[in-house]
Write a protein that binds this ligand. Structure first.
Ligand code: C5P
Length: 397
């Protein structure tokens, strides 16, 4: 819920501007007040009348409108919100922001504000991938500007790739993550989830049966508790939750790199089922089926992400949580694993086939901490996530 929150929404000039209309509705449904600002280019795509009708208030669109200045000056307008959202954020608007330009109302508000800013970029894939836009994105991130999206997919211009604006509900989730109050507000948590895929050749891979359900539930619960969540996921069956930063990876090595890039963090929860080995000899060419000859695969050990992060000398997250999927002597094995990996907690579960836990909706876990083992009753994966997140909030204080 966003009751009582004030969002200043800047609508830039792009075909995705039509989604900003729905965004206004969704934000207002949740109790937020939306003050709309329409750029001149934005007004080519949606009309001031539809924007103001949906927002239930007038649209601001000209820097030199003296009536507006008398009612509320642009400086005040830029600071009176709890959050400024730019959707769609065009390449041009991002370039202006990165360069500190202020030649219209939107760019002036963005330069004058001391309020947090969230951008939902939308542009052609080549424009997004252009070195200038990537440079501007890096600069803006360095300046503390938040981003949601862009997503990859089919674009209105007929091309395919990253550049599509996030859907209104994804933007709402990102807004909620910033404005929602909760026990983990202001905390950053990394979650790994899903399986990893280790290539044998360009078309074949080694994988495991992890669905990603438990990791996804944990990331969702963390976001719901107000945490900023970086969700590093292998190719999972379930879609990632709303309101988290999704980093999609394939292999264990990519997963480790993504986790390291996401540091620093207040906590890390490693729920992914990482493949222990990769094919050392994986090549760029498909292995041919040749008369009766069987391929010989040579394996190499994958990095242990949990152990690597737990044993960092500098910059280790204060709370590191690992998982242990066991089929027998669950508590003994998980307690030994906690010591071996150097993590703070282990969430241990019995995945022997009779339990139906692997891929199912429920889980029965034992939490292993420095104080010993605590068996939780069997409950849904969503409830396990809620309970774990409550413990994380308590531990981080
Ligand atoms: O050793 P095992 O795979 O049973 O340990 C499970 C825990 O270690 C999980 O938290 C899993 O995410 C993590 N892990 C990891 N990197 C690996 C293997 C496991 O982070 N290469």
């Amino acid at each position: 819920m966003l009751a009582g929150k004030r969002v200043l929404l800047i609508i830039g000039g792009g075909i995705a501007a039509y989604k900003a209309l729905d965004l206004i509705r969704r934000l207002r449904e949740r109790g937020a007040a939306v003050t709309p600002v329409l750029t001149r280019a934005g007004a080519e795509f949606v009309t001031p009348l539809s924007v103001s009708a949906l927002a239930g208030m007038k649209v601001f669109h000209d820097l030199f409108d003296l009536t507006d200045e008398a009612e509320m000056g642009h400086i005040e307008l830029s600071r009176s919100a709890d959050l400024i959202v730019v959707a769609p954020a065009t390449a041009d608007l991002m370039a202006k922001m990165a360069g500190g330009q202020a030649d219209d109302l939107a760019s002036t508000l963005l330069l004058a504000t001391d309020t947090e800013v969230l951008l939902a970029p939308a542009m052609n894939v080549r424009m997004w991938e252009h070195a200038a836009t990537q440079r501007n994105t890096a600069t803006l991130k360095d300046d503390g500007i938040g981003f949601v999206g862009p997503n990859a997919g089919d674009m209105a211009c007929g091309e395919h790739g990253p550049g599509r604006m996030s859907e209104p509900l994804e933007i709402v989730a990102a807004v909620e993550a910033r404005l929602a109050q909760g026990p983990l507000a202001g905390r950053r948590v990394i979650v790994t989830s899903g399986p990893t895929h280790e290539p044998i050749d360009p078309v074949r891979y080694i994988a495991n049966r992890s669905s990603g359900a438990q990791g996804t539930a944990i990331a969702r619960a963390l976001a719901g508790a107000g945490a900023e969540v970086v969700f590093v996921t292998g190719p999972a069956d379930v879609p990632p939750p709303d309101g988290v930063e999704v980093v999609a990876v394939e292999t264990a090595q990519e997963m480790l790199e993504a986790v390291e890039a996401a540091l620093p963090a207040d906590a890390a929860v490693f729920a992914a089922a990482v493949a222990d080995w990769r094919v050392a000899s994986a090549g760029a060419r498909k292995i041919k089926k040749e008369g009766g000859k069987l391929p010989v695969l040579e394996f190499a050990e994958n990095p242990d992400i949990l152990a690597t992060i737990s044993r960092m000398e500098a910059g280790r997250p204060p709370l590191v949580v690992g998982f242990a999927a066991e089929t027998d002597d669950v508590v003994d094995h998980a307690t030994a694993k906690r010591a071996r990996k150097g993590c703070d907690w282990i969430v241990a579960n019995d995945v022997s086939p009779a339990t139906g836990i692997m891929g199912g909706a429920e889980n029965a876990v034992t939490l292993i901490t420095a104080d010993g083992a605590e068996a939780w009753p069997r409950m849904s994966k969503a409830d396990v996530a809620q309970r774990l997140v409550a413990r994380i909030a308590e531990a981080l204080g």
